[in-house]
Design a protein around this ligand. Sequence first.
Ligand code: SF4
Length: 318
Amino acid sequence: MDPLLEVKDLRKYFPLKRGFGERVALRAVDGVSFEIRRGETLGLVGESGCGKSTVARLILRLVEPTAGEVYFGKTSVFQTNKEELRQLRRKMQIVFQDPYSSLNPRMPVEEIVGEGLTIHKLAKGTEKKNRVAELLEMVGLGREHMGRYPHEFSGGQRQRIGIARALAVEPEFLIADEPVSALDVSIQAQVINLFEDLQTELGLTYLFIAHDLRVVKHISDRVAVMYLGQIVEIAEGNELYQNPLHPYTQALLSAIPVTDPQTKKQRIVVEGDPPSPIHIPSGCRFHPRCPKRFERCDQEAPVLREISSGHWVSCHLY
Ligand code: SF4
């Protein structure tokens, strides 16, 4: 089956001016490629600042790329004119991380959720009201919430409103950009379950972004791990969790607490903070922090290679 979304060698360099007129580039995304099949969920994981949210914004063309291609079906996202992009934005929606700042505090829920229906001329009057009520029910809220304002809701409920707003225009593809990071752990599972139920009900395709492998475990069919602007490992979910190959993925996984007291797990500690995307290390960009580095690692950059069926890793150990 043809992929619904194809990302090819995507790059985004932000030019920066420093003291004495020096110009440098912040390489936020530096050669990212992946595809997502229709109905699939790809989890995209990495520490904050690794470029995953920039990937999301590039896909939706909320920022212009430095290089690379994104195809939604057969349509090249970066080659569309204004009207084509407007149509495309109906098919691709995003749910943001922070439900506190992504909802206009001065708008009642009815307007927030119904805005897209007006912009895309999908419904008005009573039809629009009924559609908003239906969307709220879909996300576990109700008609009685329509006249209320964002501050009257809990964090989890606000994220449900954000999801209803994204679904209003009947998208095929949804980017969830750290949708549960700002929520209490007890609420996170409920919101993730909601995403799963909606996917089954509406046949949606997801790019699900998180900084924690624990969060994307149950929802993802495949998982991609990003480090400093690049994908370092990508595999089917079960394969990645049971057989992580890249030392960075191994470290991220070892940081997840185990619930079974019988299982003993050794925590792999990664040294230091991620380097700045302005000063990318030579060779393998993970080498200054890698517990398994050897001579070749600071000389030569590894490339992403398929080690077993569908399991890709970028590391000189393989
Ligand atoms: Fe570590 Fe070397 Fe592999 Fe990079 S290439 S992840 S430094 S072992």
